[in-house]
Design a protein around this ligand. Sequence first.
Ligand code: MRU
Length: 350
Amino acid sequence: MKIAGTPYRTIWRADAAVEIIDQTSLPHGFVTRRLATMEDAAHAIRSMQVRGAPLIGATAAYGLCLALERDPDSLEAAYKTLLATRPTAVNLRWALDDMARVLRPLAGARRIEAAWKRAAESCDEDVALCESIGRHGLKLIEQVKHRPVNILTHCNAGWLACVDWGTALAPIYMAHDAGIPVHVWVDETRPRNQGAYLTSWELKSHGVPHTVIVDNAGGHLMQRGQVDMVIVGTDRVTANGDVANKIGTYLKALAAKDNDVPFFVALPGPTIDWTMDDGRDIEIEERAPEEVTRIAGVQVVPEGVKAANPGFDVTPARLVTALITERGVCPASREGLLSLYPEQRAKARA
Ligand code: MRU
């Protein structure tokens, strides 16, 4: 995507280092940061300088490159460190496994060279996957009769969460670029405000009309007929179609069901966890209570009050109208997913 006319991705190689857009500075400042070591990459993921399932995976892949630059024999240790950075997005494990498969048979300089090559390829692949998700999602937006098409989204599943394009936002960018009037309701997404800080920054930069709402407003807007569809991203879809995404997604899905509003989830193939059959088994990241008890550094609860901060929730497949993938749109079910990914039949448990 372009920022002030300059095309950017969220992560790119810079000699023997990597550069990222530091998302903790947005929307107030556009800051790029250099990651020179594997520890820098792990820190960037943990501190959410980079975030969003596909970008977490891409950063981990480059993190392995940085580790191998220092020591080509550090593959297994670096794999372990990077895998432990965040627990919910399965793209992290997917990217590390993908890299390890290519790198384990190699040694020394050949291993380093192959690592950089595979990390770059996998970033290019992510861009292509997201572009394809956009094309499939666009068809769903085109089917809505009413104009503008009002779409509600939660958290940030735009290009900042991926390498480019985004998942949930890709169809929206394509609809806007095709001249279809769209308007996006952007959930602010407490506690880290990815909607308010990041999604609105992205949409504003691209000129897409949107309105930021508090997280509890979505149900009300749906009751009033002001939402034509919901599109969200996801950190992990289990083989039966359950969807883990940013905390609050489940409540939007319940409200959508109650109001007959289509609820779509956009995802690339690497977000599907074929080893898991039930969303309730997904590890949910528990984040620091201070993200809840403080807003912009100011304490908002009485001193000493406890806070819980689960980062994600699981929307059961029965609440999902359809999944939008790079291979097409399918029901959120084992058979739906397998119809698009038949090569996984052997892996998916009966
Ligand atoms: O905690 P975050 O900001 O990494 O959470 C991101 C999300 O929940 C996104 O919706 C998800 O990763 C999909 S990104 C295409």
